[in-house]
Ligand binder design. Structure first.
Ligand SMILES: Nc1nc2c(ncn2[C@@H]2O[C@H](COP(=O)(O)OP(=O)(O)OP(=O)(O)O)[C@@H](O)[C@H]2O)c(=O)[nH]1
Ligand SMILES: [Mg+2]
Length: 699
């Protein structure tokens, strides 16, 4: 493939609900542009974009893939993205580096949850949008119903550029409303088509929709509207229509609809024409960056003579090939065998060979020019969201904002050998996937993995096995309960071991009392030494404290850390020879256990604050569901777009699976975030269960 200037490069993402046909459409687009000679099928696991074994096994996309093609002397870098919500990280990454989005819809499914989700994300990212209504050959396919839904649910700016000829099994081709021409499926079924006049029975419909389209286009521009009002739809030249269309798409007042069938390769050449017509080239948009020499915003031209600025938007870890970073060059040129500066690392990294990628295939290139997308391998430390620039002109491009994790699980290695390899494997996998977070529960020591949903983490586990040969179980994490006391008590304990050999002696009396909860308190214990007259030598005071702390970490009722207590050491006795550190530790430990038992111990559980955003018709269900989870609703706030945000608090024990539960409560249309807020006492009837479970575990 030859190299193209930014005015001839269009970076285009395909987005939509899971299974709407994005990957199949990628095949059809590549085939039509002759970038491949045969279209693969998702079912056969031989498509360009679903090349990963995890994708082939599930017959769905999990990661974004890049697939460049050439059309009419232009280059289109397609980015196929996953539709399933657990992989939204790559959707956000793709949206950051494209010049326009094709929102793909299934003509039988209409506007689905995933369609709405990607629509909102594309709007938020501010990228021009066009729609492709796919699967017109399918049973129950209905073009006009789908358009109407899109107008109602997504945007009133949605307007067909084409209408289909026939539907479902009778689907025979499409008509261009602008050109008043038809393309009919070739009888040979080779993906070819025959251009023809509009079939007679469609003439009325074509005129009706043509008028609606031209109405919309004319409204984008004062000159056009004047001409239109004077001379009618036919007064506007094709060039004027194209200009108006571009303007409308760029500012979002028009969202053109194309249609066809990816599997039957219908409407695909027209979609390629439509992309070139309506999605701006990479030369169009000035590049916003931060000049790190003075920390001021700077605007660059997407041109070769400008300083280099490239953004890494995807990183893949391969145990054999090593690491590969996908990047888009925004300005300047990136050359093979050159040094680049990584401002995050504050150092140069050595670029070896650069590549253009198509699915898993890599083609070496000497350079990646402005506006283009390519890849680099074996940069040791560069990761997603890094900017690469030149050493004397440090620049920073705006990062991708990945969605926060919504689901946490524990990772348990199956064998000792798995344990040894685990942390390396997790680090590598987390490098690939910025929506994953690895942490360790400070209390239980368990390794925690947080991601976007249960399937996300399940796939991560499989990937660790396949790529790094690490076998793990993924499980819900233990709830980090705590314990505290509600009353005051005193206890005395004497530790004495004076039979044979060196003796041990310590005697302590302590007083325990609860401290009011304080979110800023980091130490669970406030230890007060009130010993007077040296009845315990001051060298042994820390020993007593150490014993108390050990007892607190072992818990009183359920083996969980005791928090928020004050322990006052106020009396004791020593032995001139047998008193020693270990004796006072034991005495402190035992005295605490006795005192705490008498001080009305209770179990505390973590309470989380939830912020749940759902379409308003679900708000009632969500609030009553929160109540059944022992939660309370703190407030609700409807917004202008018909969504309601509910703020609530609930115990962690009841919401560990909330990512999954919310999806089924709202057909996947809800979103939420949760964060730890405070600890609260577990109600007595549940506390009893926890105490018994602990006893059983010990038997
Ligand atoms: N009848 C019909 N089926 C189609 C068409 N396009 C895709 N399909 C089928 O729809 C299913 C899903 O297709 P994919 O291409 O994997 O869809 P996707 O949008 O990439 O799915 P995800 O990556 O999981 O979001 C496959 O069985 C395809 O064969 C079409 O135009 N007509
Ligand atoms: Mg796919």
């Amino acid at each position: 493939m030859r190299s193209y200037g930014p005015d001839k490069i269009h970076n285009v993402g395909l987005f939509g609900h899971g299974g709407c046909g994005k990957t199949t459409l990628t095949e059809a687009l590549l085939l039509t542009a002759k970038a491949i000679s045969r279209a693969g099928r998702v079912e056969d696991g031989n498509t360009v974009s679903d090349y990963d074994p995890d994708e082939q096994k599930r017959q769905m996309s999990i990661s974004l893939s890049v697939a460049p093609l050439e059309w009419n002397d232009n280059k289109i870098n397609l980015i196929d993205t996953p539709g399933y919500a657990d992989f939204a990280g790559d959707v956000v990454a793709a949206l950051r580096v494209i010049d326009g989005a094709v929102i793909v819809m299934d003509a039988a499914g209409g506007v689905e949850v995933g369609t709405e989700a990607v629509w909102e994300m594309a709007v938020a990212a501010g990228v021009p949008r066009i729609i492709f209504i796919n699967k017109l050959d399918r049973e129950n396919a209905n073009f006009f119903r789908t358009v109407e839904q899109a107008q109602q649910v997504l945007d009133a700016a949605v307007i067909p550029m084409q209408i289909p000829i026939g539907a479902q099994r009778e689907f025979r081709g499409i008509v261009s409303l602008r050109k008043r021409r038809a393309w009919l499926i070739s009888e040979k079924h080779d993906g070819g088509f025959v251009e023809a006049d509009v079939p007679d029975e469609l003439r009325g419909l074509v005129e009706e929709w043509r008028e609606k389209l031209i109405d919309k286009i004319a409204a984008t521009n004062d000159n056009l509207i004047e001409k239109y009002l004077e001379g009618g739809a036919d007064a506007l030249t094709p060039e004027e229509l194209r200009m108006g269309l571009r303007e409308g798409i760029a500012n979002g007042s028009i969202v053109p609809v194309f249609c066809g069938s990816a599997t039957h390769v219908v409407g695909i050449a027209q979609l390629l024409d439509g992309i070139l017509d309506s999605i701006p080239s990479a030369a169009r948009k000035p590049v916003a960056a931060t000049d790190l020499l003075n920390n001021k915003p700077i605007t660059l031209k997407p041109a070769a003579p400008e300083p280099l600025a490239a953004l890494v938007f995807k990183t893949l870890a391969d145990p054999y090939v090593g690491k590969i970073n996908y990047l888009r060059v925004y300005s300047g040129e990136l050359h093979s065998n050159s040094a680049v500066y990584n401002p995050r690392l504050r150092k140069d990294e050595r670029i070896g060979q650069l590549y253009i990628v198509r699915g898993k295939e890599q083609t070496p290139v000497a350079l990646i020019g402005p506006g283009d997308i390519g890849a680099v391998t074996r940069l040791p430390e560069t990761i997603t969201n890094d900017t690469l620039c030149s050493h004397d002109r440090p620049l920073q491009l705006a990062p991708i904002h990945f969605p926060p994790p919504a689901f946490t699980a524990t990772v348990k290695p199956k064998t000792r050998a798995d344990l040894d390899k685990l942390s390396n494997a997790l680090a590598r996998i987390a490098e690939e996937d910025p929506t994953l977070q690895v942490s360790r529960d400070p209390q239980t020591g368990e390794i925690l993995l947080s991601g976007l949903g249960e399937s996300h983490l399940q796939i991560v586990a499989e990937r660790m096995k396949r790529k790094f040969d690490v076998n793990v179980d993924i499980d819900l994490p233990r709830v980090p309960y705590r314990e505290t006391i509600r009353g005051k008590a005193e206890a005395q304990y004497r530790h004495k071991k004076q039979t044979g050999g060196a003796g041990q002696f310590a005697d302590v009396t302590i007083r325990v009392e609860p401290l009011p909860p304080d979110p800023n308190r980091t130490d669970p214990l406030e230890f007060v030494n009130s010993i007077v007259g040296g009845v315990i030598d001051k060298t042994f005071i820390p020993s007593v404290e150490k014993g108390v702390r050990a007892a607190m970490s072992e818990g009183i009722l359920t083996g969980n850390q005791v928090i928020d207590v004050r322990v006052e050491l106020f009396d004791g006795k020593m032995h001139p020879v047998d008193s020693k550190d270990i004796a006072f530790q034991i005495a402190g430990h035992e005295a605490f256990k006795i005192a705490a038992q008498k001080a009305n111990p209770v179990i505390m559980e973590p309470i989380y604050t939830l912020e749940i955003t759902v379409p308003e018709q679900y708000a009632g269900d969500i609030m009553s569901d929160i109540t059944t989870r022992r939660g309370r609703v703190l407030g609700m706030l409807p917004d202008a777009s018909g969504r309601t945000t509910i703020q609530a608090q609930a115990p962690l024990a009841e919401i560990q699976r909330y990512a999954t539960d919310l999806r089924s409560l709202t057909q996947g249309r809800g979103r939420f975030t949760m964060r730890f807020d405070h600890y609260e006492e577990v109600p007595p009837h549940l506390a009893q269960g926890l105490i018994e479970a602990q006893k059983k575990a010990h038997e």
